[in-house]
Every structure is written in C-alpha cells, then in structure tokens.
Design a protein around this ligand. Sequence first.
Ligand code: M6R
Length: 587
Amino acid sequence: MCSIIGYKGKDFAAPILVNSLKRMEYRGYDSVGVATLDEGKLLVRKGTGKVAEVNNKLDMSHMSGHIGIGHTRWATHGGVTDKNAHPHAAGDNKIAVVHNGIIENYKELKAELIKEGYIFASETDSEVIAHLLHRYYIETESIKQSLIKTCKRLQGAYAFVAVFQDGTIGGARYEEPLIIGVAKEGYFVSSDVLGFLEHTDKAIFLDNGDITIVDNDKVEIFDFEGNPVNRPITQVAWELGDIDKGKYAHHTLKEIDEQKLSIIRAYNQEEEKIDEFCKILSAAKNVYIVGSGTSYHSALVAKHVLGRYAKIRVEAIMSSESKYILSSLDKDSVVIAISQSGETADVLDSVRLAKNQGTKILSIVNVTTSSLARMSDSFLGTNSGPEIGVAATKSFTAQLIIIYSIADKLSEGKLGLDKEKLIHAVDRMLSNKSTVERLAQELKNHKDLYILGRFLHYPIALEGALKVKELAYVHAEGIAAGELKHGPLALMEKNTVVMILNPHDSTFNDTISNAHEIKARGATVVGISDSKEDVYDYWIPIPALSEEALYPIVEVIPLQLLAYYLAVGKNVDPDYPRNLAKSVTVR
Ligand code: M6R
C-alpha cells in the first residue's frame, strides 16, 4: 500500500505535502517523492528511505510552488530504487503522477506506449498512467478527457493523483481509496484523511469510478463517461490528537496503552445497530467469518465465542483462502468480515465473492468510511481511532469487545460481559509493564519463541507470535497446546523458550500438564497466568476473571508489550517493520 497526496491552495505546497506524507507513512515507507509546480515548471525530488531521511537529503519541503503531489511507496512492481520512487513524470515534465494500487495490464500498455516513442524511466506499473495521461492530453487537448480515457484503459486497482503543467490537479479512484479534503486555504486529494486532518476535517469520499479535477478553487467530480457526480462533504470524526505520538517514543506503545480507553469506546455501540447486526446474524443458516492477519485471529475467537455462548456454528476463514472455499454460498448465508482498515484487498475480495452469490455481509471495521463498511449490509465500528503502528494492537482488542457484545446479546447474557471488571483488568495489565520489559531483556537474543494455548487462547498464541515476528523479527510460533505431543514436543530442549497462556479456566489443568512436559525436556517456561506455578521459570501475572471468554483480551497485552520491547531492545523501529505496510491493498 502506498500513500498519495495532492495539494492546491494558498500556502506553499511542499512543506504541507512532506508533513502529510509523514502522517501517512505507515501506509508504505520504502521511498518517497514530491513534485511541485512553480510558474509552469514541474520540479520533482524523490529517493529511497523514510520521509524524514529523504527530506533531509533532498530538502523537499523547501521546493517552491503552491501546487503539488507527493507519495510514499511500498514496492510491488520494481525494486526499491530512486527511479522507481514516485512521482513519475511524462511529456518532458508536463505531467507528474503518484499512484497507489496495481495496474494489472501495465505490460501491454507499456509495450503500446514504447511503440509510440514513449520512454520509461522506471520499472513500475504506475508510470504507464503518466504517459497515458500525456498521450490523451495531446490527442484531446482536454485534461478531463485525458483522465477519462486513461481510466478506461487501466485494469486493476488504483487511486492516482496527477499534476498538470497548467496547475490542474486531477485524480481518480478504482478499488483504492481517494478522499478530497476541503480546507479554507485549499484542496487536498489524499489516500487517507490523515493526509489533511491537520488542515481540515471536511472530506469528500470518492467512490469507485469517480474522477476529480481540482482547478481554480473548485472541485469537479465525474464518472468514467464524464457525467457529473455528487458526493457530499462529510465531517471526519477523528481528531488531530489521535494521530500524534504525544509523550510516547512510538505509536505502537501509545496504541497498546490506549487500550484502556479503546475497549470502552468499542463497548459504546448504538443499540439499534447491534440489534440490526444480530438480527441478520441470527437469521442466517450458515455463517462464515473472514479476516486477514490479526483480524483473522479475531475471527478464530469469534468462532469459539459464538459457538459456545450463542450456539451459532461459524466457520472462520482466512480471507486469502476464501476464493477456494466460499464458492457455494446463497442468500441464507452470512459473511462477517473483520478488518481494521476496511481496505485489505483479500478481505474485499472475499466480500465481493460472497455478495455476488447474494450473501449478506456484516462487518466489524475500524475505518467506517472504508470500502468494507460501504459494501456491508450492516457494520459495527470498533471506534478505536486511527491506528498508525503497523502492528494491530488496540484494534484487535476492540474487535474482541464487539464479538463479545454480539455473543452476549445473542445468548441473552450467558457470556457474562462484566464491563467494569474487564476495564479494571486491562488497566492493571497496562499499569505494570516492567515485568514484561525485563523479560524482553532476557529473551532478546533468542532466535525462536513458542507460544502455547488451547481453545480461546490458541488464537491469542497465534496473535502473540504474529506480533513478535513482525515487530522484533524473531521466529515465533503459536501452538495449540493439545497438539504439542503430535509434533512440536520434538523442538523442546535446553534454551527453547515457551510462553504458556494458562489462566484458571476450563483449559488450565490440561495446559499445566503441557508446561510440565516442556519443562521436563529442559526448556524455559514462561507462564501467563492468574496464579504462580512452580513449573514457571518466569511468571507474568494477569488478573483473575470470572468469565473465561474475557481472558484473551487481558492475556494478549503482555504479548503485545513483549513484541514491542523486543523490537526496541534490538533497536528496530516497531512502528514501521521492514517489508510491511499497515493495510495490504494488493493481492
Ligand atoms: O486492516 P486489516 O485488519 O484488514 O489488516 C489485516 C492484516 O493485514 C493486519 O492485521 C496485519 O496482519 C497486522 N500488521 C498484524 O499486526
């Protein structure tokens, strides 16, 4: 996923663009670039590295002009090189383009353009957009027509913003988000509201197939046939304070800490929305839950919780696998999609596949203006606020709260969701981080880490392992405790470290036996539990809870913290893990 931004207004564009790119850097961070227009001359500066580094090197924020575009890249086509960084220019610097997405037919387009004499400077798929715009602009002498004709040629997923030599900013969206920010001093065209939230909270969300032109202080929106399209101006609910790190060294730690508030916000749902969601769910004959990464782990928890308490049998499916599995749905089925961003390509693909078969879509989503929310028959917002750290933390526990609220409602309170006790328990986990910080110091040179859990704790073992892998680059594996004897026990020896999710619930007795089996092989046992047991070499205490379904929310916190402190101890940036992007909008 990349971030794109365009600005046209009264202020100098470059410092605004650089700042916007810093705000959106979580979307992609291997290279960066800015193009501004000054007195009809297009200036382009770009290079590999993070925004601050490239800005230090190239002084992008002092480029002149009041009109410009910018980009941070997460490489898909073409390596991480200065040349492949966006913007891409065409027509002897008459047009420059930034793009997010993948142009699937770029090879054919590129061959066609090369035949016509166009020279490509990069290996990217994106550069074809710049040359197509130029070609159609020459042909039609109309920016509007050049945008329309270009969009009609592109296949794949894209949002792009282009700056033309006469000062016009043009953009289009197809399967990737593009939002116009309407500020007093000018207009923004951005892939995320975070690109302009510092300047305005008024936004126009473009829909698939919308093209926009920002020119002479007005915005025009039209479809691929050139027909005008009306999109309302909406007020963005997020506030600037939500996207600042404040006193924290990293967004990730801030977001882990925010869980004491974000779980309360997740509880606060409109009664009618929960009712509508539950009504659709309880009428379904078959229920499937899809998600990717962390959101898939929420789906696994949902499967157990809905099954045990609401007696609804559910299949949890990784979104990336759904095309092989969800081929025979019908109107009586329901697909619940879980996603923080609401823009993950695999999740949206699952939803499209289901919708095409007449299946109802429910979703649990943080970004309520996202594609997923729009595609859903009913959705519940996790209300987590922006999550900037690439690792999902507060959005995960908020997803669990919503799943529990649904299960509690459908089971008429059987789950026993004691809001006050849970909030208190989360608060306790977050007020004492030193045990986990010390443990991270001890474990920082270990190359492997195993996390064991049964039933509801198994998805948390998977989630903890995912956090450790992505933040600290340590090989970590979540293991279903009962499966230990079927293979993983062979890995247990001196120096192996195994973390055991072991609260006093229905899984305790079986899991403590696993702890002994592991210890007997000389491995180190770390117990995450509400009681201290002799078998633990290290103990991470968690508060005792009356209802076992609630333990996952509490026990995931030390795993999030461990991953964070391991990363810090290894001197790697936990906010921006290598090779990753916050939401994966490519397949
Ligand atoms: O925005 P989504 O919830 O759809 O994102 C799904 C995954 O890409 C995401 O959870 C990813 O696994 C995180 N980086 C994990 O921390």
